[in-house]
Design a protein around this ligand. Structure first.
Ligand SMILES: NC(=O)c1ccc[n+]([C@@H]2O[C@H](COP(=O)([O-])OP(=O)(O)OC[C@H]3O[C@@H](n4cnc5c(N)ncnc54)[C@H](OP(=O)(O)O)[C@@H]3O)[C@@H](O)[C@H]2O)c1
Length: 359
C-alpha cells in the first residue's frame, strides 16, 4: 500500500447494487482502505455478510468479484447515526431522499463522493466525470467556504448520462455540438435492488419509460459540458432529447446517439478525435482509470453490453456503428452503469483529487 496516498474510507449504502460495486472497487485498492460500512437500520448491527443475506438464506451479492472475508466480517452501521469523522473519504450509494439527509451531515467533516442525485443540481456542486470535467471540482472550495464544511459533496451523474458525456466532450471541443438525440437500452442493475425491476415485467420485454431519467440526462449533460463561471457552472446550451428504456440486460447501458455538430467534419476526423480523447488523463495511471476513455469498434455488430461492458475494468466507453451523413453523426455506445457510471467512477474521481493534493 502506498503510504503517500493511504486513506481510510467509509461506504454508505454498502449493501445495495452500487454500494457493492464500491466494495469490489475498494477492497484491494492500493491507496484506500475500507474501515466503515453503513446502510439502513435494516442492515445495522449485523456483519456485512449477514446483512447481505435475505430471510430465505440467499446471499444478495451482485458483483462478479467475490467480497473478501475481511469485508464480510466488518460490522454494518446505521447510516442515520453514522459518525464518519475517523474516515478520510466517504462514498455514498443511497437513494436521493436518504442522501439529502446523510450527505451534508457527513460533508461537514469529510469529503463525500456520491452516486445519488440529491445535490447534483445545486449551484455550488459539480457533477464529476473523470477525464471530462475535472476542472469543475474547484467548486468544492465554494462549498467549503459558503456552507462552512470541512468536506464537500461531489456527485457523479446519472449512469445513463455518463457514457454519453464521455463521447460528447471530445465532439464539443473539436466540432461544437448543437443538438443531441439519444435512445437508451438500459441494464437491469441500473434500477438498483430496491425496488429494482420485477423479472416478470422485463423478461421477453422492453420497458419504454424510466421515471425522471430523460430529464436527468438533459439537465446533467448541459451542466457537465458547461463552464465554471463566478463560482457556479454555466450550462452548455445544446438541446438534449433522450428516450430512456429498460432492456432485458443484466448490466451495461447501450445508447444510440445522434449528434448535430456545429462545424462540418469527416468520419476520419471524428474517429481520430474519439481515439485521442483522454490520453493525458489515462496516462496518469490512476488505479481505477481505464487505459482508453473511448474504445472504437469497426465491427458493425459491436458494441454489445455482454461483450463490452467490462472493457478496461468497466471504465471505458465502447463506441461503434459510426455514421456521418445529412442526418448528423450517429453511433452506438456501451457504458458500465455500476462501474464507470457509479461506484468505480466515484473512486476514480477521489483518486484524482488525492493525486492532485486536493484531499
Ligand atoms: N444501480 C446503478 O446502476 C446506479 C448507477 C448510478 C447511480 N445510482 C444511484 O446510487 C444510489 C443507490 O442505488 P442502488 O442501485 O445501489 O440502490 P439499491 O440497490 O436499492 O441500494 C440502496 C442502498 O441504500 C441503503 N438504504 C436504503 N434506505 C436507506 C436509508 N434511509 N438510510 C441509509 N441507507 C439506506 C440500502 O440499505 P439496506 O440494504 O439496509 O436497505 C442499500 O445499501 C441511488 O441514488 C441511485 O440512483 C445507481
Amino acid at each position: 500500500m502506498s503510504s503517500k496516498h493511504e486513506r481510510k474510507v467509509a461506504i454508505v449504502g454498502a449493501t445495495g447494487v452500487a454500494g457493492q460495486q464500491f466494495v469490489a472497487a475498494l477492497q484491494n485498492h492500493p491507496w484506500f482502505r475500507i474501515t466503515t460500512l453503513a446502510a439502513s437500520e435494516r442492515s445495522a448491527n449485523k456483519s456485512y455478510g449477514d446483512a447481505l443475506r435475505a430471510p430465505n438464506g440467499a446471499v444478495r451479492w451482485y458483483c462478479d468479484e467475490e467480497p473478501s472475508p475481511a469485508v464480510l466480517a466488518l460490522p454494518v452501521k446505521d447510516a442515520a447515526h453514522l459518525d464518519a469523522s475517523d474516515a478520510d473519504i466517504v462514498f455514498t450509494a443511497v437513494e436521493s431522499d436518504a442522501a439529502r439527509e446523510i450527505e451534508p451531515r457527513l460533508a461537514k467533516h469529510v469529503p463525500v463522493f456520491s452516486t445519488a442525485s440529491a445535490f447534483r443540481y445545486e449551484a455550488d456542486v459539480p457533477i464529476a466525470v473523470p477525464g471530462v470535467n475535472l476542472e469543475h471540482l474547484d467548486l468544492v472550495e465554494t462549498q467549503r467556504r459558503d456552507r462552512g464544511w470541512k468536506g464537500f459533496v461531489v456527485p457523479l451523474p446519472n449512469c445513463t448520462t455518463m457514457g454519453m458525456v464521455v463521447t460528447l466532450k471530445p465532439l464539443l471541443d473539436a466540432f461544437g455540438v448543437k443538438q443531441v438525440c439519444m435512445t437508451s437500452m438500459q441494464g437491469l442493475s441500473g434500477a438498483g435492488r430496491s425496488p429494482g425491476v420485477a423479472a416478470l415485467d422485463v423478461l421477453d420485454n422492453i420497458i419504454p419509460y424510466i421515471v425522471g431519467e430523460e430529464e436527468k440526462v438533459a439537465k446533467e449533460t448541459g451542466k457537465i459540458l458547461g463552464r465554471v463561471q463566478a463560482g457556479t457552472i454555466a450550462p452548455h446550451g445544446a438541446l438534449v432529447a433522450a428516450t430512456c428504456t429498460r432492456a432485458n440486460v443484466r448490466e451495461g447501458h447501450t445508447e444510440a446517439v445522434q449528434v448535430q455538430l456545429e462545424r462540418e467534419t469527416t468520419l476520419e476526423r471524428v474517429r481520430a478525435t474519439f481515439a485521442e480523447f483522454g490520453r493525458e488523463f489515462c496516462a496518469r495511471n490512476l488505479p481505477s482509470a481505464p487505459r482508453r476513455m473511448i474504445i472504437l469498434h469497426d465491427d458493425p455488430f459491436r458494441p454489445q453490453p455482454r461483450l463490452d461492458r467490462e472493457a478496461d475494468g468497466g471504465m471505458a466507453t465502447s463506441v461503434g456503428r459510426l455514421r456521418l451523413d445529412a442526418a448528423g453523426l450517429r453511433y452506438v455506445l456501451v457504458s458500465h452503469n455500476t462501474k464507470m457510471g457509479a461506484a468505480k467512477g466515484a473512486v476514480l474521481t477521489a483518486e484524482h483529487m488525492v493525486d492532485a493534493g486536493k484531499i
